[in-house]
Design a protein around this ligand. Sequence first.
Ligand SMILES: [Zn+2]
Length: 320
Amino acid sequence: MQIEILENRDCPASPVALESAGMVTILDRNGVGSESFQPFQGWTGPLNIALEGNLLAVGAGYSGGPRVSVYDINNLSAPIANFYAYATNFTGGVSVGFGNFLSDGKPDLITGPGPTGGPNIKYWNGSNGYSLGNSFYLGSPENTTGITIAVDGSALANSINDLQSKPGAAHTLYLAFGPDAPTSSIQPIWQNVANLFAPWNVNVTTIQPNDPSLSYAQVNIGGSTPANSPNSEELGQANIGGAFEGYGFAIVPAQVYAGTIGWSNITEISHAVAHEAGHLYGLEHDNSDANSIMYPYIEPYLGSWDPTSIALLNTNLGIA
Ligand SMILES: [Zn+2]
């Protein structure tokens, strides 16, 4: 469920649009559902919606196609505009938002691709039937974590899942969320892991470092434990010291099977991510302390680093 509330206005209160299971419901100023409709026939998944005045924009959410429709909420029987914002075979969904970029009083539309798409922002001209006005990449085209558009008035506030705890730090821990990651899970998992690594000189980030020659630690987060796993209870794996050449292992990403853990289990996934990242930074298991992040089993709380782990992280990462 997603609520898009109009900018603050004088009375009377503005209508609100809600989405659920492929349906959009417009609530009137009294909060009453005045009309519901299904913008994309056959699509019952999540929708991205934006409301500006009497204009409603709709894009499919993740796993949907790149179609975008714009409606006048006073006439939902047919869209004002209806187009594919990205390649027709793209299935990451489209985030939408309104802004008045031409200052002509006619709301324009901004779109961004969902997860698996690059950060290709497009602007659609409201004065010209929402024809394509401009197109650019917000950051590295390789970044496929997905874009969330939030537009307030005429300013584009890019609330994107580009998270960094310490830009410019000597070490980088890249959390690579898989396409199955719900957008709502990314920020809290990143936050937990960033908090756990806050004492050290490491930037915990969801932005893929764009220089492949620079070494960095990477934890892939997503998917399920493979059927051929030697341990059917395996929830993650990493090479010990995998972030450093000197440990004699290839630098390969660690893995956390967040789909098996369950995407709603933020604490457990955060533990697993910090644990596997700890391995990459040279840490071994602490089998004696269930409070330790390096305890080899997930507890229903986040835990903390044990003294041995702290000492080694101080050495390998440097104190921030
Ligand atoms: Zn382990």
